[in-house]
Design a protein. Structure first.
Length: 688
């Protein structure tokens, strides 16, 4: 009997997942193409109910389990088709469990559907754990004749086999059983952590007079209630303008205290359990701790190299940070002559005063040119111009909320990707900023689908004014989005993206941030309410003041990176969350700290990035080096942009990241450019 084709099943499963009919396998290319087309039409991101989505998830789960069993039971000569079928099976898990499931969990306005999304992710994660521990499946893939494969396919196969080994497939039965149980527990804890942070919103009521100094659009968007009080929440659009502009020292302090304590104490037991389970998992695989396990397949390779990198950056950043602190203290003494230290709740406010006095730069003047609607259109235009693509509306796209917009990406008239923008805060929604893969292909009409989730003000000049730093964040996250879309391959798409080294993955997005400091880019969309283009002299002031706070901000990032690494590089029993956080704050922080805050309780990256938050600085060093090519050739040089896309973005993880960077730079990457930037930040700044 001829075995059922897993590729055919992958295409058919999602089209039939909402049906109670048995899965009808197809075993030829035409049937698969028909199923893939049906999948495009059946993309479910606005299900009728939580029950309907649960049924869809259950159907996909059954089908993946069937694929796993069929592939594991195969006999005879193994070849390229087995790898393709394994990839197709993973595509199905991504599409429903981790694509649609994550959108439901993180963004759907219906709490029942958020619960259904969490449940689906748990179910698929459990199934993935069983797949990763299947010896028959591992042995089938291991026996694939490499002569059937191209160099790229052979590299992907080795990645897959290494993933199996890192999952514990070569351990004894009892160990594998415990690992599988730990995987289930860790997935549940991760979902609990995410839910706790999504629902950690806190509020306070203040008198309108306390908002003195805040931008007019901020005040207009927050009307007093029946008691004449204004509600302030821990959502980003509420918090950061207060920290930067509010004249009231007490308001800044209270808001920061509330912000830093969100999630506490409810999330703390979850974090403790995450550390304990991960430490046990690493031990079962022969590693001394989770940090050693987690970094073994990263560019850094091990915690010692990561720590040495962080220590090098500290030496580069500290002189600039100390100079900046002196400037802030001098600025504070203009208001409070007896001040002996700079409180952390005043640092943003004082930096803003420093920009005004030293650079004649008023950030509220800058804000008037960055209405959300214009920023969105401007960033899309930049991507179109830079990479010779076209963004069109994605008509009739399924949407989970009315504020979500849907778009299609074309090149030379050919559809190459689709994406969503879910950009404004609401109760129960993911509260940070990130890009979410929904489809990687060849599903969904052969193109990848992704979503961007952020929390920016909405609208035009009346309600939607953004800080320039938020514009930078928007473009950063959009960089992740286009990386997902541009890395589409005709085959093995899921395998080609899932193991891109995490300490490289931020670099393309961080490099793209540079374009929002380019006048020619800004002039295309930065217009005020009168339609006037942002003046070039104003942008020149922004650039001159760009390094304000760079040294202290870098030390802040080193605090987070060292906390991340040190929470996970030892037995959990030796980790005192608050004491270790305070120790790192004391080492790296120069500011007077708030008492009794528990920022670790809401530091979301302690789950996803776990031990390797250092990746933001590692990636930034790479990004700074990458950008040197554009600096030399011009930010709008089409040939450089195309070469960058071809060598860095398009390959995904089909080759090691260091090789991709070498292909673009013509040499190995170096920390030197970033270190020089930090050193220059410590030099005296010109007064304009």
């Amino acid at each position: 009997m001829r075995p059922v084709s897993l590729i055919a099943l992958a295409g058919a499963v999602l089209a039939s997942a909402c049906s109670s009919l048995p899965l009808q396998p197809a075993n030829d290319a035409a049937a698969f193409a028909e199923s893939a087309a049906e999948l495009t039409r059946s993309l479910i991101l606005a299900p009728a109910s939580a029950e309907a989505f649960a049924e869809r998830c259950d159907g996909a789960h059954r089908s993946v389990a069937q694929m796993r069993d069929e592939l594991a039971a195969r006999s005879g000569r193994a070849g390229r088709g087995d790898l393709a079928d394994y990839d197709a099976m993973r595509q199905v898990m991504l599409a429903v469990g981790f694509g649609e499931g994550s959108i439901m969990a993180e963004a759907h306005p219906d709490p029942a559907l958020r619960e259904a999304g969490d449940a689906c992710q748990q179910k698929m994660s459990d199934l993935q754990a069983s797949i990763s521990l299947s010896r028959p499946l591992f042995e089938r893939l291991q026996s694939i004749d490499r002569q059937d494969l191209s160099a790229r396919e052979a590299f992907l196969l080795e990645q897959v086999l290494e993933d199996f080994r890192r999952s514990g497939v070569d351990k004894d039965a009892a160990t594998r059983a415990r690992i599988e149980a730990l995987n289930t527990e860790l997935t549940e804890l991760s979902l609990q952590w995410g839910k706790a942070l999504r629902e950690a919103r806190q509020t306070m009521l203040v008198k309108p007079a306390a908002l003195k100094g805040l931008p007019a659009d901020y005040i207009a968007a927050r009307k007093p209630n029946a008691q004449g009080l204004v509600e302030i929440s821990t959502a980003y659009p509420d918090v950061y303008p207060i920290l930067n502009y509010a004249h009231s020292d007490s308001l800044r302090r209270e808001v920061l205290q509330m912000f830093r304590n969100r999630g506490y104490p409810d999330s703390v037991p979850i974090l403790r359990a995450l550390l304990e389970k991960r430490h046990e998992f690493a031990g079962l695989l022969g590693y001394p701790n989770w940090a050693d396990y987690a970094l073994a397949n990263k560019m850094a390779g091990d915690p010692d190299r990561a720590q040495a990198f962080l220590d090098r950056l500290e030496r580069a950043a500290r002189p600039a940070a100390q100079a900046e602190y002196g400037e802030l203290l001098a600025t504070l003494r203009q208001i409070q002559p007896q001040a002996r230290s700079v409180p952390e709740w005043s640092s943003g406010y004082l930096q803003e005063r420093l920009r005004r006095t030293t650079y004649a730069l008023n950030s509220q003047e800058v804000r008037q040119y960055f209405a959300y609607d214009n920023v969105r259109d401007g960033i899309i235009t930049l991507i179109q111009d830079l990479f010779a693509v076209e963004v069109r509306p994605w008509k009739d796209a399924p949407r989970w909320h009315d504020s979500v917009t849907a778009h299609a990406l074309y090149q030379n008239g050919e559809l190459i990707g689709r994406f969503y923008l879910d950009m404004h805060p609401r109760d129960g929604k993911f509260s940070h900023a990130a890009a979410f893969p929904i489809r990687l292909g060849p599903t969904s009409a052969g193109v990848p689908v992704a979503a961007l989730m952020c929390n920016f003000p909405a609208g035009g000049h009346d309600t939607g004014l953004m800080e320039h730093s938020q514009v930078e964040t928007f473009l950063h996250e959009f960089g992740h989005l286009i990386h997902m879309l541009f890395s589409a391959q005709p085959d093995f798409q899921e395998l080609a993206m899932h193991e891109l080294e995490w300490d490289f993955v931020e670099a393309p997005s961080q490099m793209l941030e540079e374009w929002v400091w380019d006048y020619e880019t800004l002039a295309k969309f930065a217009h005020n309410s009168k339609g006037q283009v942002i003046p070039r002299p104003l942008v020149e002031k922004m650039i001159a003041a760009r390094n304000v706070g760079l040294g202290m901000g870098t030390l802040r990032q080193l605090t987070y990176a060292n906390v991340s690494l040190n929470y996970y590089n030892r037995p959990p029993g030796e980790v005192d969350f608050k004491a270790m956080w305070d120790e790192m704050e004391q080492r790296f922080g120069l500011l007077e700290r708030l008492p009794e805050v528990h920022q670790y309780a809401n530091f979301g990256h302690l789950d996803g990035y776990s031990a390797f938050y250092y990746t933001y600085q590692w990636s930034l060093a790479i990004a700074t080096d990458l950008f040197s090519q554009f600096e030399a050739k011009g930010l709008r040089d089409a040939a450089t942009a195309q070469r960058y896309r071809d060598t860095v973005l398009a390959p995904g993880s089909s080759r090691p990241a260091a090789e991709l960077v070498r292909d673009f730079l013509g040499r190995d990457w170096s920390v030197d450019a970033y270190e020089q930037q930090l050193n220059e930040a410590s030099q005296p700044q010109p007064v304009l």
